[in-house]
Design a binder for this molecule. Structure first.
Ligand code: GUN
Length: 308
């Protein structure tokens, strides 16, 4: 059925927005260096050979190069023991040359995500996954905010999208995206001050709840799950999905698919993120901001100053 929504739809260009953030970070890195400080150093740990993780980590390392950070990629065999991995993290924690540590998830089944996350020094936890940092985020205190929801908040801010008093519906309750997203959107300040509903696999009447969303964040990892009949006219739709779907017409043999049926949903929206080129690049830009922050806190506090 044709949409009755009359305002123009705007595509939220994550690639351009992320580039603007990286450009300004590049300048800040130069300023930090000019004060005699070393440039930020991110260490990414990749365990095993998960194709998608390889791609994401490669993008993170590339972004470090773009903004002038130092980066180190540590590749570990799939069968590394949890003990060995934890030992390595403890070494990175005490290495004064390292500002940020990220261990790419998912990890092989024999390694506990929680043990790994809890072992990373919260001051170097640029993913914002450590319980100390999650707690600070919930309390609205300065901290490292997980990169994907952080990137989405930066995007809402960049496009000056009104959030106060809006009903935000988040589909998905993962620790990486859905849960922190719901906390941030409900927080005081801008972007924020939303009334938030978080939906998951046990939610009843999901479609009806989504239909009441002014801001709809789809983060469940099911290609094309959000259809036009679930979306209110004029809604802001944020698509976090990045599932690899087999596609024989592609050289790689797959294409990346979002959680939103973009073609049919987009005409109803006031704003929508594309996949690719929406949330993905913003996630990387947010990680770069977190890494810069880790470095700046360390060096400025050494010099008796605070960046909070
Ligand atoms: N896997 C999927 N998203 C992320 C992320 O933001 N950080 C890490 N470390 N792993 C991930």
């Amino acid at each position: 059925m044709a949409s009755t929504y009359l305002c123009a739809m705007q595509v939220l260009n994550g690639k351009e927005t992320a580039q603007a953030i990286k450009d300004s970070l590049k300048i800040e890195v130069a300023q930090l260096s000019s004060r005699g400080n070393p440039v930020p150093h991110l260490v990414a740990v990749l365990v095993g050979n998960n194709g998608a993780s390889e791609t994401y980590v490669a993008s993170k390392v590339k972004a470090c190069q773009e903004v002038g950070f130092k980066s180190t990629l540590i590749r570990l065999e799939e069968n590394i023991t949890e003990l060995k991995l934890l030992e390595m993290i403890r070494e990175l924690n005490t290495d004064p040359d390292v500002d940020g540590i990220l261990v790419q998830l998912p990890l092989p089944k024999h390694i506990s995500d929680d043990e790994v996350i809890n072992t990373i020094d919260p001051a170097k936890d640029v993913d914002g996954f450590h319980p100390n940092n999650v707690g600070r985020m919930v309390l609205g205190q300065p901290t490292f905010v997980p990169a994907t929801p952080h990137g989405i908040m930066l995007m809402l801010e960049h496009y000056k999208i009104e959030t106060k008093g809006k009903h935000a519906v988040v589909i998905g309750r993962s620790n990486i995206v859905g849960r922190p997203m719901s906390i941030l959107l409900s927080g005081a300040g801008y972007p924020g001050n939303c009334t938030v509903t978080i939906c998951h696999s046990s939610t009843v009447n999901l479609k009806e709840i989504c239909q009441t969303a002014d801001i709809l964040v789809a983060a469940l990892g099911k290609p094309g799950f959000v259809t036009a009949d679930m979306v209110k006219d004029g809604a802001v739709v944020i698509d976090v999905g990045i599932t690899r779907v087999p596609d024989a017409s592609k050289k790689s043999g797959f294409r990346i698919s979002g959680d939103v049926d973009y073609e049919n949903v987009a005409p109803k929206c006031s704003y929508i993120t594309p996949v690719p080129g929406g949330v993905g690049p913003m996630t990387i830009a947010a990680l770069m901001k977190n890494t810069f922050r880790a470095c700046a806190i360390k060096h400025y506090e050494d010099q008796g100053e605070s960046i909070h």
